[in-house]
Design a protein around this ligand. Structure first.
Ligand code: PLP
Length: 356
């Protein structure tokens, strides 16, 4: 058995893989593959409608928000956000908590003025800046709720006087949030919602059409909203598999149920990192992510030996990002406590071997 701790694209439930594979041969008893079916067919229209309804239900999305399924990944949203809501010559406020936050700010700076309100670059992004001031004259405030690379997470939405945009690519649907706290939420699906190829955007309708910019239709949220995410050919298969995964989450009991599981998973792993003398966490304790657990060894020369042992035990995708080193265990919704226990057992086994 393999335990996939990869950061993204990531593990999805086995049942989802099973159903998704069957639909490649015969989708919904149509006699056609999901890969060949028209995106305008009523069968696929049902898929998009159900995916949207599931997002609305699972996240309790207020009715004055649009739910969109777009392409181009979270990286396209780095550009689409300012195109749509940053007026010419306007200013936007960004919180710098790592690589993705930096990239988002960089794209916005091509379209207007960006003020970095705080940064944790001074300590290689191992903590979340607190108590920063956000300019009231900026068009919006942007932050990254979970820093996939550094293993830090922002659980409480910062209180700011302007609209808030959040990149939730790696913690969407992992814990209960109040959508009404935000004006725009986006997430590349491949970290916790589905396969690569689709991006979820949840945007307050009131925000749209106000930047005064002339933007290409394909980048205009209003065009996508008007067309029900069918402005052009959507990523049919990615939306379908995301819908299956959303169904799985609903059948499990929803976001509050998975949140409790995620809490136990994260606690189990962090407890072992703290207990085991060979390992240590890299993130500030109060800012530690429940989705990406980053840790290193006191003796970095032993890291290759632990990775080799992990591989023997079927533990995949544990090598840390090059900017942090060591290890990163991505423990998204579909990763079970069984896999966490397998990792903890490997860490204990490593300790015993070294100590004997
Ligand atoms: C992976 C990731 C991105 C980039 O996503 P793409 O879909 O590859 O563009 C952006 N933000 C966060 C937080 C991520 O984890």
């Amino acid at each position: 058995m393999k335990h996939n701790f990869g950061a993204g694209p990531c593990i999805l439930p086995k049942e989802v893989f099973q159903e998704a594979s069957e639909a490649v041969i015969d989708f919904d008893n149509t006699g056609l593959s999901i890969l060949e079916i028209s995106h305008r067919s009523k069968e696929f229209e049902q898929v998009v409608l159900e995916a949207e309804a599931l997002v609305r239900e699972l996240m309790n999305v207020p009715t004055d928000y649009s739910v969109l399924f777009l392409q181009g990944g979270a990286s396209q949203q780095f550009a689409m956000v300012p195109m749509n809501i940053l007026p010419e010559g306007g200013k936007a406020a960004y919180l710098d908590t790592g690589v993705w936050a930096t990239k988002a700010a960089k794209e916005a700076s091509k379209l207007g003025n960006v003020e970095i309100v705080a940064s944790s670059a001074d300590k290689n992004y191992t903590y979340i800046p607190k108590n920063f001031a956000v300019p009231a004259d900026a068009a919006y405030f942007h932050y990254t709720s979970n820093n996939t690379i550094y293993g830090t997470e922002i659980f409480e939405k910062p209180i700011v006087p302007i609209p808030t945009v959040v990149d939730m690519s790696s913690d969407i649907l992992s814990r209960v949030i109040d959508v009404a706290d935000f004006d725009l939420i986006y997430a590349g699906a491949q970290k916790n919602m589905g396969p690569a190829g689709v991006t979820l955007v949840i945007v307050k309708n009131e925000l749209l059409g106000k930047s005064g910019r002339v933007i290409p239709s394909i980048f205009d949220y209003q065009q996508h909203a008007k067309a029900g995410s069918m402005y052009n050919t959507p990523p049919v298969y990615s939306i379908y598999v995301s819908m299956l995964n959303l169904r799985w989450l609903k059948a499990k009991g929803g976001v509050d149920v998975i949140e409790q599981e995620n809490l136990i998973k994260a606690r189990t792993l962090y407890d072992e990192i703290e207990r085991n003398p060979f390992f240590k966490g890299t993130a500030n304790e109060m800012d530690r992510s429940r989705m990406n657990v980053t840790f290193v060894m006191d003796n970095a020369e032993q890291e290759a030996a632990f990775l080799a042992l992990a591989k023997e035990r079927g533990l995949i995708g544990l090598k840390g990002h090059r900017s942090v080193g060591g290890f990163r265990a991505s423990i998204y919704n579909a990763l079970s406590i069984t896999s966490i226990n397998a990792l903890v057992d490997a860490m204990k086994e490593f300790e015993e071997k070294q100590s004997s």
